[in-house]
Ligand binder design. Structure first.
Ligand code: ATP
Length: 213
């Protein structure tokens, strides 16, 4: 993911650890947002410089709202700790979800499904493929803005409401296996994989364009 980030000027990059440390403390104290004035006071950098710096991170503060602490934190983590394994949360431990939990993604790349969520009491509290399954009610408490990627294998009808909660938690990327088209803010990347459509399209091509060569 890091190679998709825009180039950050060196002067800005030098201030990153300063911002990062302060935001980690804010997050630990439960704050969800911070204004450039508050940041300026704490790190002793003028607000205009902070706003310019943060625009490089894709974080646009809103008037009267400030910056989303979770979003900024996940950005800093990614930038400053590039060698870290990317943690992934999976939603919906049905047939497809179970298969992903049993499939070890971390063999091929530095991603790891570290937790899963479901609403079915028979699944909550179990472990699938070594991954704990929590109740969806615990989403905010468990994610705490720490997990950048989500895999959705829930029923389509549940996908948008779930996505809105993930966005509020500062999620950065969503791998969507549901047929639902998701509405997300521009800074969030959604990759949509609809297996039924892919299969149908393959069959269509085989019938109508029999020879690929
Ligand atoms: P699959 O579609 O993966 O083959 P399935 O046919 O077994 O799964 P679905 O009805 O698609 O079952 O549901 C997938 C899983 O998502 C189930 O385990 C279900 O309990 C769970 N689920 C349903 N609603 C939600 C929700 N809002 N959040 C999280 N999980 C949910």
């Amino acid at each position: 993911m890091s190679n998709e980030q825009p180039k950050i000027p060196q002067a800005t990059a030098k201030r990153l650890p300063l911002y990062y440390r302060f935001l980690k403390n804010l997050h630990a104290s439960g704050k969800q947002r911070v204004s450039s004035a508050e940041l300026s006071e704490a790190v002793k950098v003028d607000p205009a410089t902070i706003r310019r710096d943060f625009s490089y991170f894709g974080a646009l503060g809103k008037k009267g709202y400030g910056y989303n602490v979770n979003y900024l934190l996940s950005f800093f983590r990614q930038t400053l700790e590039e060698d870290e394994v990317t943690e992934v949360a999976l939603f919906g431990v049905g047939n497809l979800g179970t298969a992903f939990l049993n499939y070890n993604f971390s063999k091929n790349n530095n991603t790891k499904i570290v937790m899963a969520f479901d609403v079915d009491e028979r699944k909550v509290g179990t472990t699938v493929g070594g991954v704990p399954v929590y109740h969806l009610d615990e989403l905010e408490e468990r994610l705490r803005g720490d997990i950048p990627v989500a895999i959705l294998t829930v029923p389509a009808a549940a996908a948008q409401a779930l996505t809105d909660r993930l966005v509020a938690q500062g999620i950065k990327g969503i791998l969507n296996f549901t047929p639902a088209r998701l509405n997300v803010p521009n800074h969030i990347r959604v990759h949509h994989i609809d297996l039924a459509i892919e299969l149908q399209s393959l069959v269509y091509f085989l019938k109508n364009y029999p020879s690929p060569s």
